[in-house]
Design a protein around this ligand. Structure first.
Ligand code: AOF
Ligand code: ZN
Length: 314
């Protein structure tokens, strides 16, 4: 495996954890020997659990003595939080070079980990500043990976992804009796969007019309808390049986009157990413009020063909 492939595997390991680490970011790391052999790969499992670097060093096992360089998607922390500083763990393992995918946007951390490593004589390289196009691209992927975390730190609110589906006639609601996609690829994509979110947000209209299950297939057994399901229901129309059913499926439902107040509350609770799966009324209201960061539009062109477009709010 090449150095670059090893780094991509660290990025993939981090992506697997999206939606399971809040209020911490998803982070992945890879450990290399001086010859560039991959000795270990690890990811941060969630708040209160070991950081990615520590996990990656642990998976080296007996090869740990040969650890020479570490790639980490996020700048190693230099502070005592719920876990000890990663900079110390890297130094203790005898690591001589650290490649950083993205600086930590946390203002209390940013640059501190990189500086501490440099001061200890470790060669530190930021992917964003690399002369290699592959490394700069990797840096951008690492920044994209933490976009919800960065947004949450900056605004105190979660990053909002709106998913909307148009049928072949351009109507936004799914046709009666058809709640799901025909294409396996799209169904998987829709489930991945749910899995990567800390919160699912919908409206009473959708609940009453479709009684959606909001299950998250391919979920991680490492998630430590149930996923929040926020339901905008100003008129109190959603029945207790639906809420009880949602709890039975491992969701944590909450009836919401005011979307903006709910985004503030979710941010205060540490949620980084919200996925909106709602009907035209709530979706339209959130778009009109600019309460979104990413808009995923799925058009069903024919029963066999669907088209996906993704827009990001500048
Ligand atoms: C890393 N590696 O894998 C992660 C980092 O309370 P703690 O100890 O878990 O620290 C949380 C903070 O550490 C978090 O806000 C972020 O700045 C950083 N996350 N850092 O070196 C990791 N998850
Ligand atoms: Zn750390």
């Amino acid at each position: 495996m090449s150095l670059h492939e090893g780094r991509l595997r660290a990025l993939a390991a981090a992506r697997e954890r999206l939606g399971a680490t809040a209020p911490n970011p998803a982070v992945g790391a890879a450990v290399f020997s001086v010859e560039g052999e991959v000795l270990g790969i690890g990811a941060h499992l969630g708040a209160g659990r070991p950081h990615a670097e520590v996990e990656a060093l642990r998976t080296c096992g007996e090869a740990l003595g040969r650890a020479h360089a570490v790639f980490v998607t996020l700048e190693p922390c230099n502070h005592q939080g719920r876990t000890p500083p990663c900079t110390a763990a890297l130094l203790q393992a005898g690591v001589r070079a650290v490649w950083i995918g993205a600086l930590d946007p946390n203002p209390h951390v940013r640059g501190g980990g990189a500086d501490a490593l440099r001061q200890a004589g470790v060669q530190v390289r930021l992917m964003a500043e690399s002369a290699s196009p592959d490394e700069r691209r990797l840096g951008h992927h690492c920044e994209d990976l933490i976009a919800p975390y960065t947004h949450w730190l900056r605004t105190g609110r979660p990053y909002v992804t709106i998913k909307r589906v148009f049928d072949a006639a351009g109507r936004m609601e799914p046709p009666p009796g058809r709640k799901t996609f025909s294409s396996h690829r799209l169904l998987e994509y829709a489930h991945r969007l749910r899995r990567e979110s800390d919160v699912l947000l919908t409206g009473s209209g959708t609940v009453l019309a479709d009684r959606p299950e909001f299950t998250v297939r391919y979920d991680l057994d490492t998630r430590t808390s149930p996923r929040r399901l926020s339901i905008c229901d100003r008129r109190g129309r959603v029945d207790d049986a639906y809420l009880a059913g949602a709890m039975g499926r491992g969701l944590l439902p909450r009836i919401v009157a005011d979307i903006e107040a709910e985004l503030d509350l979710l941010g205060a609770e540490g949620a980084h990413q919200v996925l909106v799966e709602a009907g035209p009324t709530l979706t339209g209201r959130m778009l009109d009020r600019g309460l979104w960061n990413r808009l995923v539009t799925i058009r069903q062109i024919s029963p066999e063909e669907e088209q996906v477009t993704v827009e990001r709010r500048p």
